[in-house]
Design a protein around this ligand. Sequence first.
Ligand code: URA
Length: 270
Amino acid sequence: MDATESQDALAHLAWQVELGADEAILDAPVNRFELPQAAAKPSPAAPPAPAARVATPAPAERDEGQAALAAIDDARRRAEGAGTLEALREALAGFQGCDLRHGARNLVFADGDPRARVMIVGEAPGREEDLEGKPFVGRAGQLLDAMFGAIGLSRTAVDPAHGLYITNMLPWRPPQNRDPTPEEISMLQPFVRRHVELADPEVLVLMGNWACVGLLGRKGIMRMRGNWEDVLGRPALPMFHPAFLLRQPGEKAKAWADLLSLKARLRGDT
Ligand code: URA
């Protein structure tokens, strides 16, 4: 491998690590006890089996990987350079690294009171949010307002003690409301982290799997909900996403238990 190839391979590896890869494994498990002897132990003279060779990414893939790495770098620089929420919104508006912006009508930055004790991080804007430029204004948003209203919190409260500040992992609507890709999460995560630092809420609520992927680096909301975590030095509560609760109303009792846990935390009981 010459110097350029090895640099490309290293860049590709760095990209995989950025996406969360921490082990060298294949897509499907291999039962090595069932491999024929010869395949399991190739003779020293035999050429290496194709699967055992380190795959060098095709040039197009390599270019895409490098563009994505450059976009993540740019996102970090822009986010870290923003000293206020308004500057962060502008930094995001000027960020060209994410193609989602081209299919969206509006940048959806935040809603509510940035001085609120509680900040909610959702997933991504849907159709209504894209049209209005505000997070959680559709059916899921109405349920979210009712849920938090039940413990005395509202995005329209005048007093920040009863306020809510709301944002999403992605500020642009993905086409057909598809799930975010790992690349999108990686390149938009620096903005969300900076958003949390600048708003500086006492408590974070991570609404659904994608907020957990973006800020905790893992998903599994069925297990994670209701268990307090730490994000950027503050307590963070993973909760079921209201869109999930609209589909699975039987799970609302668990969401209620989590809201009570949040209320107790805000009262200083826990
Ligand atoms: N779902 C989200 O996660 N965010 C929104 O803004 C709307 C729906």
